[in-house]
Design a protein around this ligand. Sequence first.
Ligand SMILES: *Cc1c(COP(=O)(O)O)cnc(C)c1O
Length: 436
Amino acid sequence: MSDERKPKKPREQYRLRTRLIHGSFATGRWDYDHHVVPPQSSSATYRLSSVHRGAQGFIEFATPESRRAPIYIYDRLDEPSRGMLEENLAAAEGGGVAVTFATGMAAVSGALGILTASGDQIVAHQVLYGCTHSLMTSWLPRYKIRTDFCDLGKPETLASVATEDCRVVYFETPVNPTMELIDMQAVRRVVDRLNTGRTEAEKIRIVVDNTFSTPYCQRPLEHGVDLVVHSLTKDIGGFGTEMGGAVIGANEYFNLLMLYRKDFGGVLSPKNAWPVLVYGLPTLAARMVNQQKSAMHVAEFLQRQAKVARVLYPGLPNFPQRELARRQMTTPDGAFAPGCMLYFELKGRDNTTKSAAEAAERFVDYVAEKSYTVTLAVSLGQIKTLIENPFSMTHAAIPEEEKLRCGLQPGGIRLSLGLEDWHDIIADLEDALEAV
Ligand SMILES: *Cc1c(COP(=O)(O)O)cnc(C)c1O
């Protein structure tokens, strides 16, 4: 009888949306076959049945063996809830390993921390998440790690900025908040050329912050990137209740990432890993599908408004980098997935940036006071639609001349679409537009 039954279909043959829900809920990390939902674990230290087992745990820590059947010793070293989340994050991004951190910034620090040492150079895109920018300009220089910024929108500029000390090329795509895209394969080609003749240790690695797109809309490892970083606080967590971060890449990075995390200590608490494992990641695709639909409707609405100067959303037919968007921003099944973030600028009374900035402030303040569906708050990727003014808020750390030079306008508004009915979001935005 059993011979005639079809063999069990390998998990990899199911679509991402399905795999995110069911994950790998059977694991060598922990035997809980009879739970439908993984139990919450909370144990700072672990009972060791013998000195030998304790010694073995320390020897195997951060090695490939410890991934197959870990000997748990102490939460900061390794822990099952976090480990389960890591397995599922790695699978979603198509990476060998994921190592989680307490926040997105701890993950960014971890990725840069394992790839650089004193005397090294980082080359980064000129517009970055504010805290990433200040990490590179305020803190890393103390360790004699310098960052040179350039326009990676023109990948060839990298060749003139990178020195022989360069170890990392770092960027976000889409760029926060301007939604400009960076061609990952083009950066890869330039880096491959620069890496010719370099030893493994000297090679430049490409690190991409994929927080804006999530693995549902874009998987940078497929485009030649070496390490992906995430803020789990955003769309992957999805509900805005936990902070977290992750670094995802090939197996070879596991050892250093685990050792770095152990000593710098920015581990993700298992109590925070659990909701991301149970609620966030499994619902990622379902949320993104719907948030993305709303983003498209709202982008089209904004584009029709006389008071709106321009709308930047990769899903719009007139998006300046539409070709690139279609190539990079896709679901694993190949469907175009432009995400749920958009950026737009209001026109001022006259053509000055000052009057545009005033219009944006009035608009966002009106929303903050009167709107039910749109909330004035930093952060993004939640089930609630969030609005902010990046120039004065999230990107305040970047010098003003630099922001203007990079196309970040005082009158710019960033919108992160949530799961509300899009008709209601548009109605609230329409009211606010009337008020300016
Ligand atoms: C929020 C964010 C971060 C930092 O993540 P935290 O979890 O807040 O530390 C990094 N990059 C991008 C693009 C972000 O949006």
